[in-house]
Design a protein around this ligand. Structure first.
Ligand code: THU
Length: 133
């Protein structure tokens, strides 16, 4: 199984662990580490105080950093239940932009499989801190 297939499987499994009793919108993510076979899972974890909710993508990002420190990320797979597959929210994209180059690949997936590859710069052309021309 190649790394992308493996990441999709990890994201799908992580989605099963999502804690989403308020929105009932489960999200799974898998973040692949560059020059390594490591892939970290993430899922959304909601809270009765809604603002305490953390998205699947940011869960994966902070897990990698907690385990390995600041390393290079290779790509991310995000699995949602929506059709077509949903992209990450702007808050997560901003956090990606802290650690990833503009051509960082984000694969949008449904539980059936990967639907679309997009680059961070397509989803968030102008991150905060980057002054547009
Ligand atoms: N959510 C994510 O996990 N990732 C995103 O990029 C957008 C939204 C979660 C947050 C909340 O638990 C649920 O989806 C509905 O917004």
């Amino acid at each position: 199984m190649d790394k992308l297939d493996k990441a999709f499987k990890i994201a799908l499994e992580a989605r099963e662990n999502a804690y989403a009793p308020y929105s009932e919108f489960k999200v799974g993510a898998a973040l692949a580490v560059k020059n390594s076979d490591k892939i970290f899972p993430g899922c959304n974890v909601e809270n009765a105080s809604y603002g305490g909710t953390i998205c699947a993508e940011r869960t994966a990002i902070v897990s990698v950093i907690a385990a390995l420190g600041k390393v290079e990320f290779e790509f991310c797979v995000v699995v949602t239940g929506s059709e077509p597959a949903s992209p990450p929210c702007a808050l997560c994209l901003q956090v990606f932009s802290e650690f990833c180059p503009p051509d960082f690949p984000i694969y949008l997936a449904s539980p059936k499989g990967i639907e679309k590859k997009m680059l961070l710069k397509e989803l968030l052309p102008v991150p905060f801190n980057e002054i547009p021309e």
